[in-house]
Structure formats: C-alpha cells, structure tokens
Write a new protein. Structure first.
Length: 68
C-alpha cells in the first residue's frame, strides 16, 4: 500500500472517531485541538483539518479498490 493511502486511512479514522465523539458526546476533538474552540466553531487550522479528512476519505476509496 502506498504511503499516501496509509496517511489517508489514518486521517479517515481520525475523522470517523471525531464524528463518533460528536454523535455520542457533542464534543468536537478537531475544534478542541485547533485552539479549544466551541462545538461548531472553525478557524483556519480546523478548516484545513476538515478538508484534509475529506480528501483522505476519497483517497481511501482507492485502497478499498485494491483490496477488492
């Protein structure tokens, strides 16, 4: 597996865990790490993380294609 796919899968897992925390506890880990922002608030860093996680999800689809 290419290093890009491994990084993408790790970022996708981080995104999934973040959504799990949002769903269970209404606590946004990315916002917290990005400067202790309140739920739903964004800054440039948190927005970058969200975009990278979204791209990682798309790239991870290529890894699924290789497995199948």
């Amino acid at each position: 597996m290419e290093i890009i796919q491994v990084i993408a899968i790790v970022l996708a897992v981080v995104g999934a865990l973040n959504w799990g925390l949002v769903g269970l506890f209404k606590w946004d880990l990315v916002a917290f790490v990005a400067g202790g922002l309140k739920f739903g608030e964004v800054n440039a860093f948190s927005r970058l993380v969200y975009v990278l996680v979204a791209i990682a999800g798309v790239v991870s689809l290529t890894a699924i294609g290789e497995i199948l």
